[in-house]
Design a protein around this ligand. Structure first.
Ligand code: F6P
Length: 326
C-alpha cells in the first residue's frame, strides 16, 4: 500500500468506557502524521449508509473523560450481507478512505475480517468491550472501569446485606465470559463467584451457605455472570430459597450501568496507547489484526485468534476469592 492519506474510525457493538479516549488517540495520532481522519457514525450501519464525516482536532477536544462513544454504536444486519458490505466499500472509496480502524469486540472483528478479505482493504481493530473476552490483550478497553463500577455497587449492597442479614445475588454482565464477575468478586470480597467457564455446583454453594449460617453469618454476596451455566441470579435465588427457606435473599441485576461512566485512568491510558499503535500499525502496512497489550508489550493479533478465545481466564483468582471470603 502507498502512503496513508486518509483513514476512518468507527465504534461497533456494545459501547465501553474508554472508546472515546481511543477515538481521540486515533484522530490525534493520525493528524500528527498528516493523515486525515473520517468518523463513521453508528458502526457498520453508518458505513453501509454513508454516515461518514471528517473528524478534526476540535471534534475530539474534551472527549477523553467521556463514557459512551461520540461516534455512536449500532448493529447492522445489512453489513452481514455481501451487498451491504459492497455498499460500505463503495462509500469508503467515495470518501477516498485508505484504511479503517474498528473499535469493538468479537462481532466487530468478525465483520472486519469478512470486509478486508472481500475488498483487500486494510483494517486494524482495537479491543473495546467491557467483557474482556478477546484473546491477545490482557485487558480490553472498558473492562477496568466496568469492574470498578461493579465493585462500588457491591460495596453499597454489602451495607444493606449486613444490616438486614440478607443474601444478595448480584448478576453482572458477561454473556459468554466471567471476567467481570471474577475480578469484581475478588475485589469486593464476595463469597461465591459463578462464571460460565466453570460448572456451577449448587451443592457446593449450599455447603458454603450452611457453614456461614452455622457461624451465625446470615449475610452474603454471591456474584453471578449473566452467562453462567446455571441460568443467572434468579435461578440461584430459587435454589437458595428452596434449600434455606429462612434466608432472606435479594437479586440485583446491575445491567447496563456497567457499560457507562467516565473511564478509569487505566482505561484512558490503555485506550490512548492502543489508539496510537493502531495508526502506527496501519502506517507500517499492518492489517487484519487487533492491537493488544500483553505483559505491557504491544501485540498485533490476527482477528481470527482474538475472537472467541476464553482460555485465559485465571481460575486461580476464583479459588483465592472464595478462600479469602470463607
Ligand atoms: O458489551 C457486552 C455486553 O455487555 C454483554 O456482556 C452483554 O450480554 C451485552 O453487552 C448486552 O448488550 P445489549 O443489551 O446491548 O445486547
Amino acid at each position: 500500500m502507498g502512503t496513508l492519506k486518509r483513514i476512518a474510525v468507527l465504534t461497533s457493538g456494545g459501547d465501553s468506557p474508554g472508546m472515546n479516549a481511543a477515538i481521540r488517540a486515533v484522530v490525534k495520532t493520525a493528524l500528527y502524521y498528516d493523515i486525515e481522519v473520517y468518523g463513521i457514525y453508528r458502526g457498520y450501519h453508518g458505513m453501509v449508509n454513508d454516515l461518514i464525516t471528517p473528524l478534526k482536532r476540535e471534534d475530539v477536544k474534551f472527549i477523553l473523560p467521556l463514557g459512551g462513544t461520540i461516534l455512536k454504536s449500532a448493529r447492522s444486519e445489512e453489513f452481514r450481507t455481501t451487498e451491504g458490505r459492497k455498499k460500505a466499500y463503495e462509500n469508503l472509496k467515495k470518501h477516498s478512505i485508505d484504511a479503517l480502524v474498528v473499535i469493538g469486540g468479537d462481532g466487530t472483528f468478525t465483520g472486519a475480517k469478512f470486509f478486508m478479505n472481500e475488498f483487500d482493504f486494510p483494517v486494524i481493530g482495537l479491543p473495546g468491550t467491557i467483557d474482556n473476552d478477546l484473546f491477545g490483550t490482557d485487558y480490553t478497553i472498558g473492562y477496568d472501569t466496568a469492574v470498578n463500577t461493579v465493585v462500588s455497587a457491591i460495596d453499597k449492597l454489602r451495607d444493606t446485606a449486613y444490616s438486614h442479614d440478607m443474601v444478595f445475588i448480584v448478576e453482572v454482565m458477561g454473556r459468554d465470559a466471567g471476567f467481570i464477575a471474577l475480578r469484581s468478586g475478588l475485589a469486593s470480597g464476595s463469597g461465591k463467584i459463578l462464571i460460565p467457564e466453570t460448572k456451577t455446583c449448587t451443592d457446593e454453594l449450599s455447603e458454603r451457605l450452611r457453614k456461614r449460617i452455622e457461624r451465625d453469618e446470615t449475610s452474603a454476596i454471591i456474584v453471578v455472570a449473566e452467562g453462567d451455566d446455571f441460568g443467572g441470579a434468579a435461578e440461584v435465588k430459587k435454589i437458595i430459597n428452596e434449600r434455606f427457606p429462612d434466608l432472606k435473599t435479594r437479586v440485583t441485576i446491575l445491567g447496563h450501568i456497567q457499560r457507562g461512566g467516565t473511564p478509569s485512568a487505566f482505561d484512558r491510558i490503555l485506550a490512548s496507547g492502543l489508539g496510537y499503535q493502531a495508526v502506527k500499525g496501519l502506517m507500517d502496512g499492518k492489517s487484519g489484526v487487533m492491537v493488544g497489550s500483553v505483559n505491557r508489550k504491544i501485540e498485533f493479533v490476527p482477528f481470527d485468534r482474538s475472537i472467541k478465545h476464553h482460555d485465559k481466564i485465571n481460575i486461580e483468582l476464583k479459588n483465592i476469592a472464595e478462600i479469602l471470603a470463607s
